[in-house]
Design a protein around this ligand. Structure first.
Ligand code: ATP
Length: 297
């Protein structure tokens, strides 16, 4: 696997609070990777570290084989659309495209113009007069037309209507297929990611809870339902992600590479949303190794 993003022991602390802790993850090139987690999980922090907008407190991060934002060549390889969809209020849509062409060596002007036209954006309209969704579309157009190797998108579809969301995701998949683009996009809405992502990173409580190829993650997780039982009695190769009990019944989500032979369990598949929720609701989230709130020494 060629990694487009590689983090080792990466952490970012704001005063006493760890926004991201002990993050070791590799994101493969040529894929759309979903970064999913609840509000405050550390998604924006990881994307900002990857874009070189923030410096790590601990550990290292590499994107496209180099340090983030380390010189013009490295800057040209990475496109970043932050959560606040940055545009210049006083500049028109056409000005933004001209600016994009000036600042980016690999600028694809035909693509930018075609996209603006298809979206029905008036080239003469100032960005400050666009709706929130239109501004987001403009910022996304700039990110795609830059033709980066890696496109980092922080909640790109949050401001878009459902049809625009679907079209945007379609655009993204086409760009990945045609131009060997790698994409990492964050969202806390799994349904948004389900259609386009083939790789997933679940962040919760400032930590990576699980990461991998979506198909492999789905194949390796099962829901087990059966008579009430202590999860500690399961074979050691069955890792319990979550456990729920009634007086008589136990329901578990487990991760395992092998088949489940125990006939007392009813085994069912786990969907992506269930899998993400299972990791987000783990009782030990944030407590397993280093505390989320660490006392400054
Ligand atoms: N500039 C900052 N100063 C202090 N704390 C910050 C700062 N930016 C982020 N944080 C804290 O870091 C943690 C992670 O924030 P981050 O924005 O990375 O989360 P997120 O997963 O992107 O959340 P959301 O889905 O709400 O956008 C949060 O607890 C947040 O309060």
């Amino acid at each position: 696997m060629t990694a487009i993003l590689r983090a080792r022991g990466l952490g970012k602390r704001y005063r006493r609070r760890w926004a991201l802790s002990d993050c070791t993850v590799e994101i493969p090139a040529g894929h759309v990777t979903g970064l999913v987690g609840p509000n405050g999980a550390g998604k924006s922090t990881l994307l900002n570290l990857a874009a070189g907008m923030l410096a790590p407190t601990t550990g290292t991060i590499e994107v496209c084989g180099g340090r983030p934002a380390d010189g013009p060549e490295q800057l040209a390889k990475v496109g970043f659309v932050s959560q606040d969809t940055p545009t210049y209020a006083a500049l028109s849509v056409a000005d933004h495209l001209r600016l994009g062409a000036r600042l980016n060596t690999g600028w694809d002007d035909a693509l930018a113009r075609a996209r603006v036209e298809r979206l029905g954006l008036d080239p003469a309209q100032r960005a400050g007069r666009l709706s929130g969704g239109q501004r987001a579309q403009l910022a996304l157009t700039l990110g795609i037309a830059k033709r980066p190797e890696l496109l980092l998108l922080d909640e790109p579809v949050a401001a878009l209507d459902p049809l625009a969301r679907r079209e945007f995701m379609q655009d993204l998949m086409e760009a990945v297929a045609e131009h060997e683009l790698s994409v990492v996009l964050s969202s806390h809405v799994v349904a948004d990611l389900e259609r386009v992502c083939d790789h997933l990173v679940v962040l919760s409580a400032s930590r990576v809870q699980v990461a991998g190829e979506v198909d492999e993650l789905l194949a390796g997780h099962h829901r087990l339902t059966g008579p009430r039982r202590d999860p500690a009695t399961l074979p050691s190769d069955q890792h319990v992600v979550t456990a729920g009990h009634t007086d008589r019944q136990t329901t578990l989500v487990v991760r395992t590479d092998g088949p489940i032979h125990d006939p007392s369990w009813t085994v069912s598949q786990v969907g992506l949303e269930d899998l993400v929720l299972a990791y987000m609701s783990r009782p030990d989230v944030g407590r397993d190794t280093r505390p989320v709130l660490e006392v400054l020494r």
